[in-house]
Design a protein. Sequence first.
Length: 619
Amino acid sequence: MEGAGEDVYCTLLMSDSYLPGALVLAHSLLDSGTRKKLAVLVTLDNLHYTSLAELQKLYDYIIPVERIVNKSPANLYLMDRPDLNATFTKIALWRQQQFRKIVYIDADVVTLRAPDELFELDTSFAAVPDVGWPDCFNSGVMVLNPNLGDFYALLALAQRGVSFDGADQGLLNMHFTNWHRLSFRYNCTPSGHYQYVPAYRHFQSSLNMIHFIGHEKPWLSGRDAPSSSGVYEELLARWWAVHDRHMKPIASSRTSEPTTHTDAGHLPTVSEQTATEDLPIQHPIYIPYKEAQIQSSTPTAVASTPTNVTSSKEEPQTSLSRFSPPMTEWDPSRAPPPADSKPEALNFPQQSYSMSADGELFRPPNAYPEPPKGMYYEVPKTAPKFEPKPLFPWEHTAAKPTRVFADDLPSKPEESSITPPLGEENDVDTASPTTPTINIIPPDAWQNYTRSNAWDDVPEIERYITSMQQARKGRVQVLLDTKAGDEPILSPSIEAGPARRKASLRLTDFPSEVERPSLPVTPAPIRRPSFWGEERNEEGELPAAEGVPKQEEWNPAAKLDELLRRQSEVLMNPEPVSSPPKPIPNREMPSSSVDASKPDFAENKDTNEDDSPGMVPAS
Ligand SMILES: O=c1ccn([C@@H]2O[C@H](COP(=O)(O)OP(=O)(O)O[C@H]3O[C@H](CO)[C@@H](O)[C@H](O)[C@H]3O)[C@@H](O)[C@H]2O)c(=O)[nH]1
Ligand SMILES: [Mn+2]
């Protein structure tokens, strides 16, 4: 790279709304005769191409960088600056290793004197104390040596959202704790609330840079300070002086709420100059910065620009200033949207394309190159076979299926084990597949079947199992009369034939009938000595209970007869309270044939001839 090891002043532009600041900064540096180059980091996603064109006129290097957004922006609300949710992008400075040293300056800074001597500092990082908390530095002006070590450390913090103010200043102060302190004259931040006027008067002549921190930027607030403090107004005038020298007059870029300033010195805002309400807010209108200047018919007297909207009809275009969509306006996780919040769709990234400025008419070439050949897909004649590769070992040796789909028959009849039914020729009728006859498993299949396991011949396993079996065998009887010197009767071993059978673990070596242990037999119960002693009779039974007849004397048939007799006695001599038994009517139950519209069951009775006389109508 040409500028390797170069020294540059560098700023950052992430939105069109800060373009006036970036231009004034560059003009002020060039005006004060710097010998250093100017660079600007830009986030292209949110910048209008005309803004880039403006930058190009003043900056030597325009460096696109990726926007780094703070994904946990809660801390930004502590300082009421949700618009700063992407200032982490600043850390891209440390990645610009093509430069030896960078003096970074915020876009809201105007230089009164080019601070070229900062490049001679023998320190890797220097900054100016912040007026809000002087133990911290303000990250609007920084002297730094780009290096990837710091870059990645900062990036790691940024990605985790580590920053006590949610923006770059909080993050950088957490990383650079031992910073070289520069004089306040390199980053003088006049504030409306607090001024050290005697000090200002004392150091005023040696001021290098004025930094307009906070919401109100010079190009937004206009020429009159929000607080009419003398010092602030004085310094604000320095910004406007540079602005007016090069770029006067422009319409203010304020796109938010209309300002309340009405003095003659105030720049008209968009909302004041035209009825922006008529414009669809989702389609902001950009006009090139330079165009706005040209279109303005009052080139010198910004202060005299009438704020009255109706009187400025000759120059309506000047009002159409650049637009910058707002970033997060509020923290949705903490509060409802503010009443005056802007539409969220304003955040949509915009892509602009410029018309070609080429005045030449299109001329077609004499000949176009031949289109490449063979760039088509040849449809295969036969459907490709998608058969999964065999995975498991047994898939290789798998037996051919004996049952197949009827559709598969005509394709390879010789492979199938299906034989055509008797009486038919060998050619298979494709139109009407016959029920296949399936070959049954050959009768000797079980004989060929291997009955041994891989572990059958491992002696350790065999010994272990045998020892376990012996422990169990102690509990079963085996019909072996070994006392008498009989040889145990054993079944012939499969391998060894009639030879003596060896102890085996094989499950398939079933024991023969004589080898099988006998089943345990339930022993005849033996009467134990009685606990009741003499209470029992000779047979050992308990004495009979009083009033209970002896079992032998109990005649179930006689008892049943007696029960029946008693029952009929009760039925034959009914008590007067009970009604006589009703005969069951010989009549079908009313069904769907019965007129359902007649609600009363009694009415239906008259039409029914099968009614038994004993029928009691429903009441
Ligand atoms: O919409 C935006 C917002 C910021 N910037 C750039 O980011 C810088 C920082 O934003 P700024 O509004 O200048 O912040 P300050 O009001 O100066 O606030 C303080 O806090 C910021 C967040 O920590 C620091 O970046 C500043 O250096 C510090 O002065 C600007 O100068 C621009 O260069 C844009 O280009 N577009
Ligand atoms: Mn700033």
